[in-house]
Design a protein. Structure first.
Ligand SMILES: [Zn+2]
Ligand SMILES: [Zn+2]
Length: 214
């Protein structure tokens, strides 16, 4: 149960958690019976609509625009200033900066975003749960890690061929190698080899079962 969760605009329904589950089952049933077609409601949209039960339309718009900024950025991060500047552009209604701040806090509390020193990144939960959505919406921007083949939003990029590697994957892959080279094009890897423990936060999504930490 969501406890004292406040009622959200258009979707002012109680017990968001229970509803999420039944909503998902409802959609699955509809799809399995061929009532809903892929074109009407594809998986990507299902994932983001699951979030819709917890957030208003405008708040969801803020989240999508934040994802745009993250995906368009070089380093997979976006500053709080840039997010606050979205306040005026939101549909269907604008938000005050103060409100944006509050919603941002919720995104962090509910583990959709991670914040560090005023910079926001997508959380592991976000990348896992919205993977299909991210792949569909940002086909041209999103890259797979050359090592683990999961989506890479934060990582190192080969300056020659553009191959991308997560920080933790780079840490493991290059550990102990004297002349690190790109796993794709074999040219010299010019980046500093990251420290595994430090880059824990940007770990790629675990495949299905949670792995034990070593
Ligand atoms: Zn990886
Ligand atoms: Zn390369």
């Amino acid at each position: 149960m969501g406890g004292g969760r406040r009622v959200t605009g258009e979707c002012s329904v109680v017990m968001a958690a229970a509803l999420n589950e039944s909503h998902r089952r409802f959609l699955q049933t509809m799809m399995s019976q061929g009532i809903l077609e892929g074109s009407m409601i594809n998986l990507a949209e299902t994932e983001i609509t699951r979030m819709a039960f917890d957030y208003t339309e405008t708040e969801l718009e803020l989240f999508k625009k934040t994802m745009d900024l993250v995906l368009e950025s070089e380093n997979g991060m976006v500053s709080s200033t840039d997010i606050l500047n979205l306040a005026d552009q939101l549909q269907p209604k604008k938000m005050k900066k103060k409100e944006v701040e509050q919603v941002l806090q919720r995104f962090v509390q509910e583990k959709w975003l991670c914040e560090n020193d005023g910079e926001y990144i997508l959380s592991t939960r976000c990348i896992m749960e919205l993977e299909q959505y991210i792949r569909n919406m940002y086909q041209d921007l999103v890259k797979e890690c050359n090592i683990c083949h999961n989506i890479t939003i934060q990582g190192q990029t080969c300056e020659v061929c553009g191959a991308k590697i997560h920080f933790p994957c780079a840490a493991k892959y290059f550990r102990g190698r004297d002349d690190p080279c790109c796993p794709n094009c074999r040219r010299f890897w010019p980046h500093e080899i990251p420290d595994v423990s430090r880059s824990e936060q940007s770990m790629p999504p675990p495949s299905s079962t949670p792995k034990m930490r070593r």
